[in-house]
Design a binder for this molecule. Structure first.
Ligand code: ADE
Length: 237
């Protein structure tokens, strides 16, 4: 799969995809990430990519021409693509959107910057996506999140053993706590049950912890769980 990233700050993408799983996926040719500088498509002498907002107000707005020209140039040089503008006004990114993107041949990600992007740009993209209800200084980190979440779902990227498909069939519950050696770290001990060798007791403990955590931290998820009789008993214990 090809990711084309359009940004005013290409240097921000110098290394994030070189490490670990995505680095290997790129080396194996499963994932291609290309970064394009929007400023290269600015027409005027000063290569201005932003300007003051009509109607007044704070800050600068990204001009439409450089963004749309960059998009058209990149679109023209490869297979069919879905173009996404990253902005806080977009639809909320989710695991199901990550799946949808992972099945594409090519995704073009446009990073908005400054106080915003001229609204007319929206007419030239396929969708507008936000990664969460908080404001970043620009769409660059959001684009990295989208690339990471989609790329790990491409067949082969996680290796042969891991199966991201299984994640989508799992019930929406938080993970139970995990521990590794040492048994005691700065006075904090690993729960005794995990050292007991009693697999059934371990299973019950993990289920109870996952249920309790979800109830406290994510009541929205907890209300959607279908609790078994055993779940109810575990929660009462
Ligand atoms: N640009 C600034 N904030 C953003 C967000 N939360 N998601 C996507 N793009 C953004």
């Amino acid at each position: 799969m090809i990711f084309d990233i359009l940004t005013l700050f290409p240097a921000m993408f110098a290394s994030p995809f070189e490490e670990s799983i995505l680095g290997k996926a790129r080396a194996r040719g499963l994932v291609t990430v290309r970064v394009h500088n929007i400023r290269d498509h600015a027409e005027d002498r000063h290569q201005m990519a932003d300007d003051r907002p009509f109607g007044g107000g704070e800050g600068m707005i990204m001009k439409p021409e450089p963004v749309v020209k960059a998009l058209e140039a990149v679109r023209a040089e490869g297979p069919p693509a879905v173009a996404v503008l990253l902005s806080p006004q977009g639809e909320l990114f989710s695991q199901s959107l990550a799946w949808e993107f992972s099945r594409l041949e090519r995704l073009i990600l446009i990073c908005g910057r400054y106080e915003g992007v001229d609204e007319r740009v929206v007419h030239f993209v396929d969708r507008e996506v936000s990664i969460g209800d908080y404001i970043l200084t620009g769409g660059e980190l959001a684009a990295m999140v989208v690339v990471d979440a989609a790329a790990r779902l491409i067949p082969g990227v996680l290796g042969n053993t891991a199966s991201p498909e299984a994640e989508s069939f799992r019930e929406p519950i938080l993970e139970y706590p995990q521990y590794t050696r040492p048994r005691e770290f700065r006075g904090l001990r690993v729960p005794e049950v995990l050292l007991s060798g009693d697999h059934e007791a371990v299973r019950r403990w993990r289920r109870a912890e996952a249920l309790r955590r979800t109830r406290i931290r994510r009541p929205d998820l907890f209300s959607r769980l279908k609790l078994s009789d055993e779940d109810r008993r575990l929660l009462q214990a």
